[in-house]
Structures are given as structure tokens and as C-alpha cells.
Design a protein around this ligand. Sequence first.
Ligand code: PLP
Length: 370
Amino acid sequence: MIPANDFRRRWAEVGADVMAAVERVGQSGWYVLGDEVRLFEQELAGYWGLSHAVGVGSGLDAIEIGLRILGCGPGDRVLTTPLSAFATTLAIVRLGAVPVFVDTDEHGLIDLERCWNAVQQLDIRYFVPVHLYGHSLDLEALERMREEFDLQIVEDCAQAVGARFLGRATGTVGQIAATSFYPTKNLGAMGDGGAILTNNPASDEQARILRSYGETERYRHEQLGYNSRLDEMQAALLRQACLPRLPQWLEKRRAIADAYLAGIHHPAVTVPEPPEGSESSWHLFPIHVAPAHRPAFLDHLKVSGIGAGIHYPTAIPDQPALAGIPWEMAGDCGTARRLAASEVSLPIHPYLTREEVDKVIAAVQAWQPF
Ligand SMILES: *Cc1c(COP(=O)(O)O)cnc(C)c1O
């Protein structure tokens, strides 16, 4: 079996470093908001090329707290994509704000031209764009939009750590970038975690206050905050075992993507090239088959010993949890729905061997849909 993720092989690589990190934290006697988190924040910000990073409990919290720092609250409209992890929308809804969905392009990325129109027509100040699959949105177009409409932007970089657009890192257009250290992510911890990144010192300070009950000084609470803190164990293993290896992990993902792009040519399978200008982090490798054929294709992969996934099977506006709460759609979400019905994710992680990649390619090539 070639699994979608292989945490046992990962442990073989990082285990010794993780154990050293755990030992260090254990010996320190300090488990929440200590030196490890502080140093990891500095190292992450340094890697990203932004001046501040604040460790929080999850990617979901990073987006929600990020929006709140930008002033988003109940009733505010927030532009976002119908094709993402549910967390992107949940962060908006948890603030009492109103998601406004704009359709995606063929890559599954929110269509910035349609966004431009939606912002012109509706009263929209906030935007949560998602660099889905690790493909960067057109950051120049995103920046033009931010400047034209004075948009407040939280970039959802949960899948895009290390992704760039024409050399520029994702997360550097929005006032705030949010990311996740959920284990499957490109920079995955061994539990939940996330971070808020920004160049704005005031936003950095707000994030630190909000992640810890809204406490400004000991036992003084001027705002209603959260309990959302990256813990010392996760921070220590992220900085010792993961962040230093991230460049080589990204290289590995890119080599696998190149091999799939070169090797898969099947009349019933669409293999999208990455969007122009995107130096993708390849969190996922999406391909597409006709919706009517997808169940049989997934069976074929399973029988061939390949662990495939679907990201995501349902467009967010069609999720039952959104029934009965306020949200809007600017135009239709036809492309997102079509992609949700046709997408299949092939395994892509740093521990795949060349033989396994070839096996995946051979299995796709051998599929007989008709
Ligand atoms: C994983 C993910 C999130 C949520 O991160 P968590 O740490 O799981 O809360 C948000 N957005 C996207 C695009 C994601 O992939």
C-alpha cells in the first residue's frame, strides 16, 4: 500500500530529533508559552521573510484571530472561496461575519477577476483567499485588489508554506498570513498548531493578547480572547525536527509533482499544470476524472494499492452546517462544484520513493474506464 501520508517513515527520519526536543522541554519544566515557542516564532518568521509570527492552537484559530485583529466582526461580509478546508469558512462564521463565496478557476483557486466585480458590487472590506493545494494565487493581482479597495486580507497559507508567486512568498500581500501545523501539512507537527504572521508590530501584539484570554497584563482582561496557544512540545519539535528539513521536503514534493506531470497522459484523466507564476508547495496533487467515473477510478487505485483522497468532495456552500446561517454567493459556484465532483488527490509526500511514484503513474495509466 502506498499511503497518502506516511508518518512511520517520517518518524524514522525525525524521531531522534523529536525525542531530543521532548527531553529538552520536559527538563525545562515549562510547557506553555516559553522559550521554545518564542524561538520557533522567530525562526518561522525568518524563514517566511516576515517580521512577526505568533504561535496559536490551530490554523482555524489563526484565521479567526487574524480576521478579528483586522477589525472583522458580526455582520461584516468576508469574501472567500467555496473550495477549501471547511475551517476557512468556519473561522469567518465563528466571528458572526458573513462569508461571500466567489467561484474558483479551473485550478480550484478563487477567481480574482470575479472577486474584483463582487467587491465593486457589494460592501466588502475583508477577504480570506486560499492558496489551495499549495498553488499560489496571482499575488500581483491580489495586491492590486487590496490597494484598489483598501481590503483587509488574511491569506490562508495552511497548504502553502514555502509556496511563491514569481519569487514572492505567499502570505506577504495580506496584512496577515495564517498557517497550520496539522500533521499532514507541509510543515506538520505531531498534534494541532498554527501561526499568525505579519509585518505589523501592532497586529503581532494583538495576536499575543488574543491567544491568551485577551490578557494585557497579568489578570487584566480588556478584550474577550481565546485559549489558543501553540505548546512548547509542538514548538520544540517543529524547530528541531521539521523547519530545518522543510526546504528538502519541499524539493521532494516538487520532484514528485514533476514526475506525475511528465508521466501521466491518459485520455480520461486531466492533470492540471500549476497556475502560471506559481512555484507551488504541492501540499496535494490534484487530478480530475469525469464525476460518473470517479468511484470506479478510486476503486481501481485502491485495488492497485494506492491511497488516494478527495479535496474536497463538497463545495462549502453545500455543507449542511451552513444551512440557516447567513452567507452569500456572488455569481454561481459552478466551477467549484464541478471540481468537487471530479477531483482525486494522488499521494505526494517527502517519503515516496521513485519506485512508488512510478507505481502510481503506472496504475493511473493502466486504468480502463470504458
Ligand atoms: C488545514 C487547513 C485549515 C485549518 O487548519 P487546522 O490547523 O486544521 O485548523 C485551514 N485552511 C486550509 C486551506 C487548510 O488546509
